[in-house]
Design a protein around this ligand. Structure first.
Ligand SMILES: [Zn+2]
Length: 260
């Protein structure tokens, strides 16, 4: 399924720094992966990457391209104050809620280099459960005690929402936006994506287990803590480092136009 041939924009390769081009490639790949793994919501969510050479600038999608259409050259470059430094020749601009969420995160978290936000059915459903994400599965224990929750106050278009979101997220890398969806941060696009993959599956498994109308087996606290500790930052490799090349091969096999 090729979408990208339908958009014609100037290629940026060679006219931006190598570091920016690499960030563009990783982020465009992440949009394609989000689409291929069924985690997109047409044009209504956003994934971003901070530029390593200019930490006050980040890349994000132009509001109007489907995730399966996004290419490295089509991503907007914006400042943390909302100034659009680069926009491809398309009639699409910066999404207000996307800017609010991602600029809030990068302002508050100098360690965050990428942020991914989804509105999947499973993510929205768990975001609406008072109990939130339970440590029902090995996958879910990775997130035990590491998820922030942010209360729903309507679409994030008010600049004051930035402070509120930053306070809710704190030092966490994972956040459930109540009645809304999921959010992951990472030191790389790959890390944010692989975290979202796990969080999404943990949500799906919980919902299916809860739908069975039979008592749930929740591992005891000691086991949950032990399992969670194995996923602690620094304990094992960085998530995404081993998976990313394979994921890129997967999207290349379907449609390599994200590299344009
Ligand atoms: Zn959203």
């Amino acid at each position: 399924m090729t979408h990208a041939s339908r958009i014609a924009i100037a290629p940026l390769r060679g006219s931006v720094s190598d570091a920016e081009w690499r960030a563009r490639l990783d982020l465009a790949a992440c949009y394609r992966l989000c689409e291929q793994f069924g985690m997109s919501d047409m044009i209504y969510t956003h994934i971003s990457a901070r530029l390593p050479e200019s930490p006050n600038h980040f890349l994000i999608n132009p509001n109007g391209l489907l995730f399966g259409e996004i290419t490295a050259s089509s991503l907007l470059k914006v400042t943390l104050d909302g100034e659009v430094l680069y926009r491809p020749d398309l009639p699409y601009g910066l999404h207000p809620a996307g800017f609010t969420i991602h600029s809030a995160l990068y302002r508050a978290r100098p360690d965050a280099m990428a942020a991914m936000h989804t509105h999947t059915i499973a993510g929205m459903a768990v975001s609406a459960l008072k109990c939130g994400l339970l440590p029902l599965t090995q996958t879910a224990t990775r997130f035990y005690g590491r998820i922030a929750y942010h209360g729903f106050r309507g679409p994030e278009r008010d600049p004051s929402e930035r402070d509120s979101l930053a306070r809710s997220v704190g030092e966490m890398n994972y956040c459930i936006l109540r009645n809304h969806g999921l959010l992951t941060l990472g030191a790389s696009v790959a890390e944010a994506f692989v975290a979202m993959w796990g969080l999404e599956r943990a949500c799906q498994a919980q919902l299916q287990a809860m739908a069975c109308n039979t008592p749930l087996e929740i591992p005891n606290a000691e086991v949950v803590e032990k399992s969670c500790a194995m996923y602690a930052p620094g304990k094992s490799r960085t998530y995404g480092s081993l998976e990313w090349e394979g994921l890129l091969r997967r999207i290349d096999a379907v449609d390599p136009s994200w590299r344009e």
